[in-house]
Write a protein that binds this ligand. Structure first.
Ligand SMILES: [Zn+2]
Length: 449
């Protein structure tokens, strides 16, 4: 009987896709979710072997692989993987043919309403990373973990993490990270968001001398910009990130493009719909003025598919305004996942002043910029914080449950049972219908390339 129902479901889903595209009626038939535990590979100054950000112009890696945080025997890459794997196991109750009643049992702790069954296809962006010796012995230790595409043995460029995530055409991606240290003002769980294009474009106009007033930045909700160091203020770091977002070159300490610190054309370091046409390297190599490859900021021109995408209404939905007042659906999704984690811990009697949602890290981060999905990017806390160490090692199941229930809630909504918890989730679903494109499919369903 159960088996029959499974076959019938497949038939219905198949028919709906054939007839009405992804959005039959108002919602997708199957939601695709990727859980992305950060890092996993080996960091080293030997970037020829251990690098990331492979640059097709110079044919070399531009930076070392980011290994992630560690403190007193705890490793970010290992802990976030364990938590992600547990969250996937819970979300898999919502996979086609699996036992949704187990997920329903969990949801009963959060709501009095009869939980609605939806189909969720969940995957992880990478495998585990515990056995460091085994990873080190691999021919290319970081192959599985890099963010950016990289050359394989025969020189052909292989799809790395961002490309592989986009190839899955997810609706929602959840990135999980931990920091090593924390400052008082950042203590808690932090959203990580990428600023909207409109703000970054004003930054470009400022660098080009076309606007002089800094109010566009200081009066925006994004003025609390991520500072790489305290030697310069947030506006300097904003401008430096603007410069490298547009031209690939950050600013030097005098505020000019630093032509010795090329960071690459990131949108051309992944395989997706929005990269430049084959052969772009030839044009880029000479950095001609009045083009997207200009190394003169005054004569930089954002043209081509990626910059069209950046200016699109869909990117503003993803990154601007929205439920939290700024940061778009990314900020809302991130905040909800954090609130569900905190609420899940609270329901188990685990409360503490260091368990709170706090200041976001705002910049032009690679993953939420280049992943073609609503992206929840969470810093779960700090490895040097005693309370957080306890949660990361003893309360993984509770954190994982919060992530899983949060994902479900973002996809279909939950009417939470009345409660007075300070960080209670809102329970509203993401309005995925907004991302419908002409032709009836969605922004997230476009071909990877
Ligand atoms: Zn991290």
């Amino acid at each position: 009987m159960h088996h029959m129902k499974f076959i019938a479901t497949i038939f219905i889903v198949g028919t709906a896709l054939a007839v009405g595209g992804l959005f039959e009626n108002t919602q997708p038939r199957v939601y695709r979710v990727v859980l992305d535990p950060g890092h996993g590979g080996i960091g080293s100054t030997d970037i020829e072997r251990f690098g990331d950000r492979f640059d097709l112009l110079s044919k070399r890696y531009l930076s070392p692989f980011a290994e992630g945080a560690s403190h007193k025997g705890l490793w970010e890459h290992a802990l976030v993987y364990e938590i992600a794997a547990k969250a996937k196991a819970i979300l898999d109750y919502c996979a086609s043919g699996n036992d949704f009643s187990k997920f329903r049992t969990i949801l009963r702790r959060y709501t009095d309403e009869e939980p609605k069954q939806i189909l969720i296809e969940t995957s992880l962006s990478r495998g585990d990373s515990k056995n460091r010796e085994e990873i080190l012995a691999r021919k290319d230790p970081n192959a599985e973990y890099r963010l950016y595409d990289y050359p394989g043995e025969n020189g052909a460029i292989l799809p790395a993490r961002i490309s592989r995530i986009n190839a899955k055409k997810p609706h929602l991606v959840v990135c999980l990270h931990m920091t090593r240290d924390y400052s008082h003002t950042y203590r808690g769980l932090n959203p990580v968001i990428v600023a909207p294009h409109s703000l970054l474009h004003e930054g470009l106009l400022y660098l080009q001398g076309k606007i002089i007033n800094k109010d566009f930045f200081y009066k925006s909700p994004y003025a609390d910009w991520f500072q790489e160091s305290n030697k310069k203020n947030s506006f300097y770091w904003f401008l430096s990130d603007v410069a490298s977002y547009f031209t690939g070159y950050p600013l030097d300490k005098h505020g000019k493009l630093d032509l010795k610190s090329f960071k690459g054309y990131r949108y051309n370091m992944v395989q997706w719909l929005y990269r430049d046409a084959p052969g772009w390297e030839e044009k880029a190599r000479t950095h001609p003025p009045d083009s997207r490859y200009a190394s003169d900021i005054i004569r930089f021109m954002p043209e081509g598919k990626f910059w069209q995408r950046e200016k699109s209404i869909f990117e503003s939905y993803r990154r601007d305004g929205g439920e939290e007042g700024f940061g778009g659906d990314n900020m809302y999704a991130t905040s909800e996942i954090i609130r569900y984690i905190l609420f899940s811990l609270h329901l188990k009697g685990e409360d503490h002043p260091h368990q709170k949602i706090t200041r976001p890290y705002i910049s032009t981060w690679s993953v939420p910029l280049l992943v073609n999905a609503v992206t929840a990017f969470v810093e779960l806390g700090s490895l040097s914080n005693q309370r957080h160490r306890y949660l990361f090692t003893q309360k993984q199941d509770e954190i994982a449950e919060g992530i899983a229930v949060g994902v479900y809630s973002l996809l279909t909504g939950i009417t939470l049972r009345k409660n007075s918890y300070h960080y209670a989730p809102k329970g509203k679903r993401i309005v995925f219908e907004r991302y419908r494109t002409i032709g009836g499919t969605s922004y997230f369903d476009q071909p990877a390339e």
